[in-house]
Unconditional design. Structure first.
Length: 329
């Protein structure tokens, strides 16, 4: 029988998780003025932190989730396609138009080629969008990223610096596929353990991403301050474009407001932690990881602001469904 304080603790953990933009922003600002508070979290600790995040995602998945994708193929395909078409195109275009220095350009392209992040699921919940669809889109883009992130990065960033696509692929398998599959296996092999872990997995993931982002910002605080205007413009435009074009794509294809919101959030929010780890492990210049760190702050703040706006604007169309064009919707 659960302890009497269990519900209160679960609510507290949920509140902590929902406030993730506050923690990311606060830690990032502190890292600029007190770098040593966060730079201790470095090296393999960053890789381990991302593995914990992806493991946490994996334990939330089940075989049933994969079956649900087959019931909503068009909506999920829209989110998947928009993720790997809109964002990489934006990242490459902004890097060229803004004439970013090579490490920042490569870093921006890399994070734009990453899948949607689990934070998008939280923001979809706050925005009263379709959370189940958001989870399915994140799941599919995460698995797709194992091949598409190295491939797209090689195609686009390879025009600026040499990109070892095979090394990038192996690294993506290690930090994405292995922990997610391990979590999926844990979900089915040890259901009791999974149920015990589930309430604490999201706040642990929030803590891990906060430490990863703040550590990278702290390590490169001087360079970030020096190039703050250019970096913030590039990262801000990347995510603003993702949110806007994701919404527009769903609207043009005839989806209702709930799907529009869900696709917008899924496209606009990247797995910036993955971008940071891949940048750190695969590129010699440490500045390549900076756009991913700033991306985490930017999309968290922008996504939360959008969620706040949408939370108070409930769709009035009573026929609005998950996917009007899917027969099974």
């Amino acid at each position: 029988m659960p302890a009497p304080h269990a519900p209160a603790m679960i609510r507290a953990l949920a509140i902590f998780t929902n406030l993730f933009p506050v923690w990311v922003l606060a830690a990032s600002l502190l890292a600029l003025v007190r770098p040593h508070w966060f730079t201790w979290f470095s090296g393999e600790a960053i890789v381990f932190g991302l593995a914990v995040i992806m493991l946490g995602m994996g334990i939330t998945l089940s075989v049933e989730d994969f079956k649900r994708v087959l019931k909503l193929p068009k909506a999920v395909a829209l989110g998947f396609g928009a993720q790997f078409v809109i964002m990489p195109t934006l990242g490459y275009t902004l890097a060229k138009v803004l004439q970013l220095p090579p490490p920042f350009a490569v870093g921006l392209i890399l994070v734009s080629c990453c899948p949607g992040g689990t934070a998008s699921n939280v923001v979809s919940y706050l925005a009263r969008a379709n959370v189940a669809l958001s989870v399915l889109m994140t799941m599919c883009s995460t698995f797709g990223a194992v091949v598409l992130t190295p491939l797209l990065t090689k195609l686009l960033a390879g025009q600026i610096v040499e990109v070892d696509a095979w090394k990038l692929f192996l690294n993506t398998v290690q930090v994405v596929l292995v922990p997610v599959l391990a979590g999926l296996g844990l979900h089915h092999a040890l259901p009791r353990v999974t149920r015990a872990i589930l309430p604490v997995a999201p706040p642990i993931a929030v803590l891990a991403i906060v430490l990863i982002v703040a550590s990278i910002i702290g390590q490169r605080a001087e360079e970030i301050i020096e190039h703050a205007g250019l970096l913030l413009a590039a990262v801000g435009l990347l995510h603003a474009g993702g949110f806007g074009l994701g919404y527009l794509a769903a609207r043009l294809l005839g989806y209702g407001a709930l799907v529009r919101r869900t696709v917008s959030i899924e496209v606009g929010m990247q797995n910036s932690g993955l971008g940071a780890v891949l940048a750190r492990n695969n590129f010699a210049d440490p500045l390549t990881a900076v756009p991913s760190a700033l991306s985490s702050v930017m999309h968290s703040v922008m996504g939360s602001a959008l969620a706040g706006l949408w939370r108070w604007r409930t769709p009035t169309d009573p026929t609005d469904r998950t996917d009007r064009t899917d027969q099974t919707a």
